[in-house]
Unconditional design. Sequence first.
Length: 417
Amino acid sequence: MSWTEFGLITSGLITLVLLLVAFPWLRRREVRQRDVLSNIEIVRQRLTELEREVSEGLISEADRQKASDELKLAMVDEAGSEATVKKQSALLPLLTGAVLAISTGTIVYGSVNHLQQVRQAEAAIESLPALSDKLASGDAGNFTAQDIASLTYAIRQRLRSEPEDATGWMFLGRLWMSVGEDEQALQSIQRAMSLKPGDMTIRITYAQALMVSEDAGTLTAARRVLQSLTEENPENDNLSLMMAVVSARLGDLAGTERYFALIRDKLPPQHETRLALEERIAGLKKQQQAVPVAAEQMTAKTGFDITVTIADEIKDKLPDDGYLIVYAQDALSENRMQAAVVKMQLQNFPVSLSLSTDNAMVPTFTLASLQQVKLTARISTGDDVMPAAGDLSGVLTVPVSPGEVLPLPIQINKELQ
């Protein structure tokens, strides 16, 4: 309920109460005035009759005076009785109106008051400094559901009053990242970047948000941000570590070795990140050693001539405008990077296309370097490789024949939830 609606309802109820109280008074007042005038007229007539009876000798002067006094006393008694009745009769409407007004006010206030929300807001704002320090220190993993709710509320309240607060947007982005809401996190941090594009902390947070993605293009954008930061801060070990990680995920052996060498001795021998980077470097070296053989095979290309069709049961779910995205991933490992990607505007089906080593995202990770691939054909309203709810998809796992381009059909047959 808005304040405007509350004001209108309250005004209407007050007016109704006033009318309920005033109407009986006005009605009774009119009746009493008529009664008083009628009684006065009757008394006057009787006094006139008494004068006439005295003049005719029907009664004595003493009797007339006595009767006149009795009439006047009767009028005084009646006036006093009416005043008492008037006072008593006014009490009921007043009590009724008061009870109605108090009851209505209590019900309306109980329906629209936000005392609980106000208390929650005050508690959230009071806890904001401690929660912000906890979030900034990277200890968001220990957040409780109440911590997250309080911090989100407090930050939103702050941004509502200060929409140009870049730090607030950055903290909101970090909070979304901590609960796995990557898209909202990226949007919040991009807003912070637009407000303070030169702030180092915001730029680092932006790179971290980009590194959450498995998309090679997004990882490349993260590397560009980190490259700029490392050039400005060459002694920053955290930036060197992030550069080593993103280079490893992109399959850049030279970049991975370069930045890993800067921080390797500063990490404990059994550190999880150190072990993962060492394993990744060893894997990239093996891939690089296989490149000469793969290069010979690539002269004839390695890939698939794919025909994409649509299952009858989902044809009515095709968007009017969108993209067809076909990509290949390694089916024998947990690496989700795309070895090859083709994107095109949505068109009539069936669609024929070629997915080969020419469509590789990075030169060291291609179809020629894989033994078995998971091929995905997906229809989306956007051109992002990452799947989203509502996309239409079809998946097929097949072996790779080096140096050959194999014909292959893929049917899009399900809607992602």
